[in-house]
Design a protein. Structure first.
Length: 581
């Protein structure tokens, strides 16, 4: 009871102001829980059965359902359409649906011929009624009936049904206004800067919501979670350095432009796949620019300065890496695509190792695994496992060498697990972080009232140690809520993978989510000394323009994976009444 009373007691005892501020601190985690739960229930409550887009009729009369826009045909049990016949190779062909509804079949180097109506093809168009032959096994491509199409359309989960995204966004608006009120009491000297920043945030999120409504899209949960995390991030920025708010908002604006551009571009799968060469080249050029123009900050030469702005190229390479890898690996069963991606991944990780950015190198490594292992056959599995082990070995060996030759790296790795042995030097950042987490309790000290904002050193409190910053000022409940919000996005991607219309969307979303989760794990576990402090950001929360732009770009892949009715602007509306085909 005394603890509860202390929550509302100020320095001068129980006053109207102390009770009011205590109520604000108590309200924020409750609202946060409602926002995340409502978004999660809507994201995770969709129909999980895959849709049938066509049928393959065998000579025996058996009908095989075609449940994806890209389908691996072969004898192997992991194929999308399993053809258990001796003349069919383990991975024989890929049957692909185009955006206009037409189909193509592509030979992927099988020992048996691929034929359409008796004519051998490497990649050929298939019309309904055509006969496709794989190693002598003949099948006829047939459309779904009008009744089947009608039933499938009617059974699709409609985005926002039962969990209005508008109401969730309204709760987020209340959350942001209560956050703003705390700063009005605790940071009166910065009121106008903070008010302007949150006013811009509110205007942008509602403009995006209304804009998607105007184009008949009803799903806004993915964006709501991003804006929720951004609200916490802006609060951290307002407390640590209000002068950085405008830079963070500019980065948000650029990131949203990237998000919308990628989302619209992903509507046309063939164009998106062709973009892989541009994306790969852009990633290479960004790294070369980093080597030529980069400057060293905190021991890592991964920054380029543009006037008063600092830019981290590796953050934008994440988008290029996923786009190039996803476009290539959706047909990983071809040797050319496999080796092309392996070389590109090795180049990216190698550049990061040379730049001594081992945290981001680990993130790229996890992204590589997610992309590579989602769509593989026998020999690619062996190659990719060997390459993955090799890349990990390179990162570990390079880290060990850097520990020997660079004091900055040595301090971070040598202090791991021993932070309390030298709390005033090697363990300074994490010991202070742990103390701040403890002092914040469940509900925090109040926005702008923490000690983390005064911490100086190589681990910036509002970037590398942001989990401790949020725990101290917002409370441990809110810090855990950040992780919970990301975890909900991860569960959404896992559930969507089974019913995704294209392996392109599945691989892209899974890789993006792997990067998000790896960043969060390295950031949180590094702060509390479960892992070495690697200096990576927490998605959408940590202060950093490059990270913010990259996070919004990666979010586009999650949005494109949404299969709910009228949920994603990355899927065209082609039927009357706003239905997706």
């Amino acid at each position: 009871m005394d603890i509860f009373l202390d929550f509302f007691r100020g320095a001068e005892g129980f006053t109207a102001l102390s009770i009011y501020q205590g109520a604000l601190r108590l309200s924020l985690p409750i609202l946060a829980l409602l926002i995340v739960i409502r978004s999660a229930r809507s994201l995770l409550g969709f129909r999980r059965e895959p849709e049938v887009w066509a049928w393959l009729r065998l000579a025996t009369g058996e009908l095989l359902p075609v449940t994806h826009w890209e389908n691996l045909l072969g004898r192997k049990k992991s194929a999308d359409i399993v053809l258990d016949f001796a003349t069919v190779s383990k991975n024989h062909a890929v049957l692909t649906r185009q955006d206009d509804g037409a189909w193509t079949v592509t030979d992927i180097g099988a020992r048996g011929r691929v034929e359409v109506n008796g004519t051998q093809v490497i990649s050929g168009r298939v019309e309904y009624g055509d006969t496709v032959s794989l190693g002598g096994l003949e099948m006829v491509l047939e459309p779904v009936s009008k009744e089947e199409a009608r039933l499938q359309a009617s059974s699709r989960t409609k985005a926002g049904k039962g969990h209005s995204p508008g109401l969730t966004l309204l709760l987020l608006t209340v959350f942001q206004l209560l956050e703003l009120m705390q700063f009005f009491f605790n940071r009166p000297e910065d009121r106008m800067q903070i008010l302007t920043a949150f006013g811009i945030l509110l205007g942008v999120e509602w403009a995006m919501f209304i804009g998607q409504k105007l184009i008949k899209r009803s799903g806004f949960e993915v964006e709501t979670i991003a804006f929720f995390l951004m609200s916490i991030g802006l609060g951290v920025c307002a407390s640590a350095d209000p002068g950085e708010l405008m830079k963070q908002l500019i980065a948000m604006g650029i990131g949203i432009v990237i998000f919308l551009f990628l989302g619209l571009f992903l509507r046309d799968l063939e164009k998106a796949k062709k973009l892989r060469y541009v994306a790969a080249a852009a990633g290479i050029l960004l790294f070369l620019a980093n080597f030529a123009l980069g400057r060293e900050i905190n021991g890592s030469r991964s920054w380029i300065s543009l006037g008063s702005f600092s830019f981290q190229p590796s953050e934008m390479v994440k988008i290029c890496f996923i786009l190039a890898g996803t476009s290539t690996m959706n047909r990983i069963v071809t040797r050319r695509n496999l080796w092309g991606f392996v070389i590109y991944a090795a180049f990216c990780v190698g550049c990061l190792v040379v730049l001594k950015d081992f945290g981001v190198a680990a993130i790229f490594f996890m992204g590589f695994l997610a992309i590579a292992l989602l769509r593989s056959s026998s020999y690619p599995n062996i190659i990719l496992i060997l390459v993955g082990v090799g890349l990990l070995a390179v990162i570990l060996v390079a880290a060990a060498w850097a520990m020997k030759h660079f004091p900055h790296v040595a301090r971070r790795f040598s202090s791991y697990g021993h932070i309390w042995e030298d709390p005033f030097d090697k363990g300074y950042q994490q010991t202070r972080s742990l103390m701040c987490i403890a002092s914040g309790g469940l509900f925090g000290l109040g926005l702008g009232n923490g000690w983390m904002q005064y911490m100086a050193g190589e681990g910036a409190s509002d970037t590398d140690l942001v989990f401790a910053y949020v725990s101290e000022e917002w409370g441990l409940l809110m810090a855990v809520m950040m992780i919970f919000a990301l975890a909900m996005l991860g569960l959404f991607v896992v559930r969507s993978a089974k019913v995704a219309r294209s392996s392109f969307y599945t691989i892209g979303a899974s890789a993006a989510m792997s990067i998000f989760m790896t960043q969060a794990i390295l950031n949180v576990f590094g702060t509390v000394d479960f892992l070495p402090l690697t200096g990576v950001t927490f998605p959408f929360v940590s202060n950093g323009g490059s990270s913010m732009m990259a996070c919004w770009g990666l979010l586009a892949f999650l949005k494109a994976c949404d299969t709910r009715q009228n949920a994603s602007f990355a899927v065209r509306l082609t039927e009357k009444g706003g239905r997706q085909s």
